[in-house]
Design a protein around this ligand. Structure first.
Ligand SMILES: CC(C)(COP(=O)(O)OP(=O)(O)OC[C@H]1O[C@@H](n2cnc3c(N)ncnc32)[C@H](O)[C@@H]1OP(=O)(O)O)[C@@H](O)C(=O)NCCC(=O)NCCS
Length: 269
């Protein structure tokens, strides 16, 4: 099937993106980004981009809003989702590429978003396929939510930073393997790959896995380590963390953020 990715314009297209949040995540009414926000994003320097079927059905979307760290401007990506029956056909990546293109056109060099550390697909997609890095952790960021993807666990989140024109990102988007295993790795954070299953059958055990991951990340980030790799395994998934990353990104803004990391706003997602 041929899809197209383009900005949403009509109220019906924005409303379709609001509905997608319920269909993809199973959020309650009070938890979705509302129609009026989406309508305004397009008018204030942000966007809502839709993935359309040839019949005009919106089956995925990404929404971004302008944000600041101090005087530095970036995009905060509010949400990215694709309907389950349209997943793994390249739509997620196509939406992120269109988002990146729009950010660069507006003179931005970074997009940030949050994601659940225990979702292996998202970790692989963000770190390996897109080339994002991570060095901040938010414990139970949203409090309890009804999303079925959350499976009743606290809403812990990692904050992805996507340095749009950095050598790392250009390499990742070009499909060049990062060869994570051979890089200079300072630490690893691993967890059992059946945590999703555990959350259904043994929630206490799943919660313990999440807590252990949280504590390890909090220590790693306090030690100024940065997630630069992800390896998915049959029984265990692993995040790989490095201490040397500045040169890899070669962005003055990144250095500025590193120095100011403790005071950066964590109002994300
Ligand atoms: C995350 C999401 C947007 C990706 O969309 P998508 O259209 O499936 O993405 P793509 O097809 O472009 O790429 C998915 C990649 O993940 C890989 N993948 C699929 N299942 C995987 C898994 N269980 N573990 C690791 N990687 C996996 C695919 O093989 C593909 O990689 P490839 O290009 O090397 O083949 C989509 O899965 C989604 O909507 N998830 C639910 C909402 C969500 O979690 N959003 C937050 C995103 S941070």
């Amino acid at each position: 099937m041929n899809y197209s990715v383009k900005p949403c314009h009509t109220h019906e297209e924005f409303a379709a993106c609001v509905r997608l949040q319920k269909q993809i995540w199973g959020y309650a009414d009070r938890e979705v980004y509302p129609l009026r926000l989406f309508i305004n994003l397009a008018k204030i320097g942000g966007h809502v981009l839709g993935a359309f079927t040839p019949e005009g059905q919106v089956v995925g979307f990404v929404a971004s809003m302008p944000a600041w760290h101090g005087r530095r401007r970036y995009y905060h990506s509010l949400s990215l989702g694709v309907l389950p029956e349209h997943e793994n056909r390249g739509l997620g990546k196509a939406l992120k590429l269109a988002q990146r293109e729009d950010a660069i056109r507006r003179g931005l060099n970074c997009i940030e978003w949050t994601f659940d550390p225990l979702k292996a697909k998202n970790a692989f997609f963000n770190i390996e396929r897109l080339g994002a890095i991570v060095r901040r952790y938010l414990a139970d960021h949203y409090g309890p939510v009804e999303s079925r993807l959350q499976q009743g666990l606290p809403t812990d989140r990692l904050i992805a930073e996507w340095w749009l024109e950095s050598p790392r990102v250009i390499r990742a988007l070009g499909g060049k393997a990062e060869q994570s295993e051979s890089k200079n790795i300072a630490a690893e954070v691993s967890w059992v790959s059946n945590v999703g299953q555990l959350a259904e059958t043994n929630p206490g055990r799943a919660r313990a896995v999440q807590l252990a991951v949280r504590e390890q990340f909090q220590k790693c980030f306090a030690d100024k380590l940065v997630i630069t790799g992800f390896v998915k395994g049959e029984y265990e998934n692993r995040y790989l963390l490095s201490s040397e990353i500045g040169a890899e990104l070669s962005a003055g803004d990144f250095e500025w953020r590193r120095k100011n990391a403790s005071t950066l706003s964590v109002h994300e997602d």
